[in-house]
Every structure is written in structure tokens, then in C-alpha cells.
Design a protein around this ligand. Structure first.
Ligand code: ITT
Length: 197
């Protein structure tokens, strides 16, 4: 059985591929939007991770007729009342870079002692027209300076609980073994295995 991953984020695609490797998920072949020739822009106009994940998965399901899943993720910072949250991608403005987002975040948290934050992923799976959601979350703290070069997005400023290095200072294997994305995908693979899809 094949599953399309509805994302234009190449970092996510590479993490998803590493997580769902043939060793632990050998019954499913993951296809990218490029693989199926889908190049339309999908407008993510939802106000929750669930809504945006479903918009992406359902749009591609309807266009391709293939079973499909999408990931919508965000960084939720306690001292900012959960911002940037669902708006994490464009926090510093339309077409902004990851570095600009991190700079804005550290600026907003300047002199703020409460550094607590969490990453959350919602995976929406559209399987034979039916919708299923899976959630993954990891708690941590926002550093005062960016560090590390692996990963993407807010990885250089996020230090997961129990560690003293950022996600961007970890190997991809290390991040992918504990991340929000891994936790959501574990639930999806458990569901698929249980239902013998
Ligand atoms: P798609 O919608 O095409 O999947 P996207 O980058 O727009 O790609 P999101 O809408 O889920 O994805 O945006 C989430 C943003 O949150 C993303 O651009 C990053 O800045 C950040 N983000 C998500 N997962 C992350 C992770 O594992 N590590 C660091 N930052 C992450």
C-alpha cells in the first residue's frame, strides 16, 4: 500500500522518510507530492493545526485519489500565550527565513525568564475517504541564542526537556527518535498496523 505525504517542506519529508523507514514500516511506500506530480499551492487558512493538516491531506486526496497524510506543526511558547503556534511558518512575515523567525522569537523573549515551550504536530490521515488524526508533542525550553546546524525551523533555539543541547545540535537520528513528529507518526503506524491496512 502507498501513502502520499502532502507537504512542500523538504525537511519534513526527509524526517518522515527516516522515521517511517522500511525497517519498521515495510508495508507502506511513502510518496512525495513531486512523485505524484502535484504542484498546486495549497492555502493553509485554518486556525488550528487540525484544520490545516486536514486541508493539506484532503486537497491532495481529492486531487490524486490516493490515500494521503499531512503534518501541520507549530512551536507554542508559554510566555507568548502559545504564539507563534499555528502561525509558526510565517511568524516573522510572509516568505521569511527560519533565521528571521528565530531572531524575532529570541527578541520577543529578551529578558523573559519563562522559556517554556512545546512543539506539537498533528498528522491528518485520509484513508479511503475517512479522516484520522494523530498528535505528537514534546516539551522543552527556548534558548537565549541559536545553536546547531542540523534540522530546520526553530530547531536551533529549542532544547527538549532532559537535554542540554538544541534539536539542531542533535543528529537527525537523535531528533527523530524523540520528536513531536515521531510521536505523532508512531500513533499513525500503530493505527495502520492494528487495522491491518
Ligand atoms: P507544509 O505545510 O508544506 O507541510 P510548512 O513548513 O508550511 O510545510 P507547517 O505549516 O506545519 O509546515 O509550518 C510549521 C513551521 O513550524 C515550519 O515552517 C517550521 O518553521 C516550524 N516547525 C515545524 N516542525 C518543526 C521542527 O520539527 N523543528 C523546527 N521547526 C519546526
Amino acid at each position: 500500500m502507498e501513502l502520499v505525504f502532502a507537504s512542500n517542506n523538504k525537511h519534513k519529508l526527509s524526517e518522515i522518510s527516516e522515521i517511517l523507514n522500511p525497517g519498521n514500516f515495510k508495508n507502506y511506500k511513502i510518496k512525495s507530492l513531486h512523485d505524484i506530480g502535484f504542484y498546486d499551492e495549497i492555502e493553509e487558512n485554518g486556525t488550528t493545526l487540525e484544520q490545516n493538516a486536514l486541508i493539506k491531506a484532503m486537497t491532495v486526496y481529492k486531487a490524486s485519489g490516493q490515500n494521503c497524510f499531512a503534518d501541520d506543526s507549530g512551536l507554542f511558547v508559554n510566555a507568548l500565550n502559545g504564539r507563534p503556534g499555528v502561525y509558526s511558518a510565517r511568524y516573522a512575515g510572509k516568505n521569511c527565513t527560519f533565521a528571521q523567525n528565530n531572531e524575532k522569537l529570541l527578541g520577543e523573549l529578551k529578558n523573559e525568564p519563562n522559556r517554556k515551550a512545546f512543539f506539537k504536530t498533528i498528522v491528518a490521515l485520509v484513508l479511503n475517504g475517512e479522516i484520522h488524526y494523530f498528535e505528537g508533542k514534546i516539551e522543552g525550553n527556548i534558548s537565549t541564542l541559536p545553536s546547531g546546524t542540523t534540522g530546520f525551523g526553530y530547531d536551533p533555539v529549542f532544547i527538549p526537556d532532559g537535554f542540554n543541547i538544541s534539536f539542531a545540535q542533535m543528529t537527525s537520528e537523535q531528533k527523530n527518535s524523540i520528536s513531536h513528529r515521531r510521536r505523532a507518526l508512531n500513533k499513525m503506524t500503530e493505527f495502520l498496523n492494528q487495522n491491518k491496512v
